[in-house]
Each structure stands twice: as structure tokens, then as C-alpha cells.
Design a binder for this molecule. Structure first.
Ligand code: UDX
Length: 432
């Protein structure tokens, strides 16, 4: 099939490359000329394991193309995916849909034969209706179909999530489009993915509801972890104990810092905005957002307690600063609140992250990037494991750190408290 992905951000690029890998002809379009030129040389704008190899392979085979010419790319394709960003509008909960609507207008000028226009961007319920309305101002109804097909790709695992999804959700009530899309996704369905055909509005809500539910699960376990700390219970025992009930499920029950990333914070806010506009409150999600917003402050209070309220001049190391492992993404990472706060209190901060130095911390005088774990940790009073990168999991910190009484605050529970006790290391985890 001939596909066109509009927007070569995370979703558009990963999906485009994977569709090419499945044998389709794919054009990935972006208005950013520099980005497209780099992609043509297989220089990848994001950190995603396995993506570069797939881009190289499919570009070389000719199945994957990159272009800045939206009009020509639309004309050459049968299925057009809208994959542009839908960030939160500043100081509001509402999603900014300006990019979705501007590419829709461009698409509508270039429809001469039947096209399926798919919204893969995460968009509030009824956006599909509006996209359809915009196109119908220029194009006859028989020549197009607007479908919702949300993505469920996790950063760092995006290729695996694309090739082996739990489900493919197609929101359309039109038989012809449903048949074509079922065929497009048939290689994934034959590997076990469930194919779910719903109304367009239901598909739009499924995306938000999925992310909001997962954010709720994490917030639930984070609050229980607070309780565990008070009652001398290990949260990991509780996660296993409840997660083995199939009705609950064991995933997304790891307590840690406030959840972050490009989706959970943005999508929970947008869902609240939709609920408000529909006059149907979602009080649970509101509570989740508030609890998560307060979490970094709560963990900072614990840091102060661990350091006996003497933060000034303390050497603190952050191992990992990204919102999770296997990504270079800093969006809404808890470290963005914690590092400036500790810096303001007079701490001297070193950080190391396998994905490299971060511009976000450049402006702080006493916050320094070190390009290896040893340099970051050796003079440290307190080591904070902020992100669960694999390379931190088997460190012998007793050997690395020169200070005798250093402390570890393991915000991802990657170390065993017993082992730390045996090594006589002062150790704190989350929810234990
Ligand atoms: C998420 C969704 O999982 C994905 O389906 C959607 O399409 C995009 O948003 P992503 O943001 O890449 O993916 O990360 P994810 O792995 O879901 O983690 C989100 C946040 O939750 C991170 O801050 C992570 O550290 C945190 N998390 C996750 C926990 O604190 N505990 C857990 O058990 C799981």
C-alpha cells in the first residue's frame, strides 16, 4: 500500500519506518527541511533503540522516502496519517490542535482520488468530526474517509510495541475503510494483535482512557508506597501481591518518582479539559494529576530528611535524568523539578545520563554533567538513582565512591536493601 506520514516526530517516524518494514511504500513528510535532509542521510532526530538500522535498511530498499512536499506526497498516497504534535496550550489543560487543522487544510487541497485520512496524533474526542468537516469544504464525501487509529508506542520500546501490539484500534463506521485498514494491519493481527473496530469517537477516547488509566495505576502505587514508608512495609511485596491478581495485572505497578514523558501528563490534562467541556467531571483523573504534581515535592522533603536538613554544600549525584530509561526525552521529567530545587538550596550537583548532557540544566552554576559514572559519583555525599538505566543496576558503588559515609536514594528500587545493608551502605528506596 502507498502511505504518507505527515509529521516525522516520534509517532510518525516510528510508524512510517515500521510500515515500510512490513512491505509498504511510505513517504515521511515534514516541513522541517533540515530534519528531512538529515533523515535522508539516516541521521535520526530521536533516541530510539533499533530505529536507525530500520531507517537505513528501508531507505536503501526504496520503500521508505523522506520529503518536505506535502502536496505531492498526499497525491501519491492512498492512506494519509496525521502524526503531528498536540501539546498542551500554555497555562491551560486544553490540547493545541492548530497543527492538526493546518495539515488537514493542506491535505484537503490535494485529494483527487479516494484517500483514507487517519488521525494518529492523540486528539480530543470529536476532532475527527472537525477534520472531516474541514475536508468536506473542498472534497466530495465519496473521495475520502476520516479514521481514528491511536498509537500505543512507549518510548524506548516503540519498535517492539509497533510490531507486537496488544491491539490495533480502528475508529470508523465505514466498511470500505475498515476492510483496507484490517488488511494493512494483517501482518500484526496474524502475530496475535487484537483488531478492534469502534466508532471514531470511541477510538479517540480509548487512547486518552488508556493513558489516564496507566497514570492512575502508577499514582495509586506511588501513594501506597508513601503509606508503606510509614508502616515499615515493602511496596514491592504489595505490587507483587496485588499484581498477580489477573484482574489487576502486574505491569505499571512500579513505585518511583512522579510519572513524566510526552504523553501521560499532557493526555491526562487534555482528558480533563474534554470532561469539563462535556460537563461530566472525571474526579479520579483530577486527583491523579494533583497527586503526581505534588510527588516531586514529597520526594524532595524525603531527601531533606535523609540529609538531616543540611542540603547546603552537599555533593549530590543524579544517576539518570530522563523521565525513563532508553530515551533521551526530558519532557516533564521529575528531575526538572528536583535538580533546580536542590541547586537553589545550595547543593552541588553532578549528573550522569547515558543519553548525554541536557540543555535544561545549562543555566545552573552548580549543576554539572559528567560523562561517566565514576566521575559523577566518586566525591558524592548522596547518590540519587532517578532513572532505571540498565547500566546502573550492577554498579559496585562501594568501590566507586571515595567518601566513606555516602548515602544512596534509589528512587527506582533497582538495588536490594539487604545487599546494601551487608555492604554497610546507607540506603533508602521508595516505599520501604
Ligand atoms: C506512554 C504509554 O505507555 C504509551 O502507550 C503511549 O502511547 C505514550 O505514553 P511513554 O510515555 O513512552 O509511553 O512511557 P511509559 O513507559 O508508559 O512511562 C511513562 C511514565 O510512567 C514514566 O515516567 C515512567 O517512569 C513511569 N512509570 C511507568 C512508573 O513510574 N511506574 C511504572 O510501573 C511504569
Amino acid at each position: 500500500m502507498k502511505l504518507c506520514m505527515i509529521g516525522t516526530g516520534y509517532v510518525g517516524l516510528v510508524s512510517g519506518v515500521c510500515f515500510a518494514e512490513l512491505g509498504n511504500d511510505v513517504i515521511c513528510v515534514d516541513k522541517d527541511i533540515a530534519k528531512i535532509n538529515k533523515l535522508k542521510k539516516s541521521i535520526i532526530p530521536i533516541y530510539e533503540p533499533g530505529l536507525e538500522e530500520l531507517v537505513k535498511k528501508n531507505y536503501k530498499s526504496g520503500r521508505l522516502k523522506f520529503s518536505t512536499d506535502l502536496a505531492e506526497s498526499v497525491r501519491k498516497s492512498n492512506i494519509i496519517f496525521i502524526c503531528v504534535g498536540t501539546p498542551t496550550i500554555k497555562n491551560k489543560y486544553e490540547a493545541d490542535l492548530s497543527q492538526v487543522y493546518s495539515v488537514t487544510k493542506e491535505i484537503s487541497k490535494n485529494i483527487k482520488s479516494f484517500k483514507i485520512i487517519i488521525n494518529k496524533s492523540t486528539v480530543p474526542v470529536t476532532t475527527g468530526d472537525k477534520v472531516e468537516k474541514i475536508i468536506s469544504l473542498k472534497v466530495k464525501k465519496q473521495l475520502f474517509s476520516v479514521v481514528s487509529n491511536p498509537e500505543f508506542l512507549r518510548e524506548g520500546e516503540a519498535i517492539r510495541d509497533f510490531i507486537y501490539p496488544d491491539r490495533v484500534v480502528i475508529g470508523t463506521s465505514e466498511k470500505k475503510s475498515n476492510k483496507i485498514l484490517k488488511n494493512l494491519y494483517s501482518p500484526l493481527i496474524s502475530k496475535g494483535a487484537k483488531y478492534i473496530n469502534t466508532s471514531r469517537r470511541a477510538a479517540e477516547l480509548i487512547k486518552y482512557a488508556s493513558n489516564a488509566f496507566l497514570a492512575t495505576k502508577i499514582t495509586f502505587i506511588n501513594e501506597l508506597a508513601n503509606l508503606c514508608e510509614k508502616l515499615d512495609i515493602n511496596i514491592e511485596d504489595v505490587s507483587i501481591g496485588i499484581g498477580t491478581d489477573n484482574r489487576i495485572g502486574s505491569r505499571f505497578l512500579r513505585a518511583g518518582p512522579a510519572y513524566g514523558g510526552s504523553c501521560f501528563p499532557k493526555d491526562t490534562r487534555a482528558l480533563i479539559d474534554t470532561a469539563k467541556k462535556s460537563k461530566s467531571p472525571l474526579s479520579i483523573i483530577n486527583t491523579v494529576i494533583n497527586s503526581n504534581n505534588k510527588r516531586s515535592h514529597l520526594l524532595l522533603t524525603r531527601i531533606a530528611k535523609i540529609l538531616k536538613n543540611k542540603i547546603k554544600n552537599k555533593k549530590i549525584t543524579f544517576l539518570g535524568v530522563t523521565f525513563k530509561a532508553n530515551t533521551d526525552d526530558m519532557r516533564e521529567s521529575a528531575s526538572l523539578k528536583m535538580i533546580p530545587f536542590l541547586n537553589k538550596k545550595g547543593a552541588i550537583i553532578n549528573y550522569y545520563d547515558p543519553s548525554g548532557k541536557k540543555n535544561e540544566f545549562e543555566k545552573y552554576k552548580n549543576v554539572k554533567f559528567k560523562n561517566n559514572i565514576k566521575d559523577a559519583c566518586e566525591m558524592s555525599d548522596l547518590i540519587i538513582v532517578h532513572t532505571e538505566w540498565n547500566e546502573f543496576k550492577l554498579l559496585d558503588l562501594k568501590k566507586i565512591v571515595k567518601k566513606r559515609n555516602f548515602i544512596i536514594y534509589d528512587m527506582r528500587n533497582i538495588y536490594s536493601a539487604e545487599k546494601m545493608k551487608k555492604q554497610k551502605i546507607k540506603y533508602f528506596g521508595i516505599g520501604k
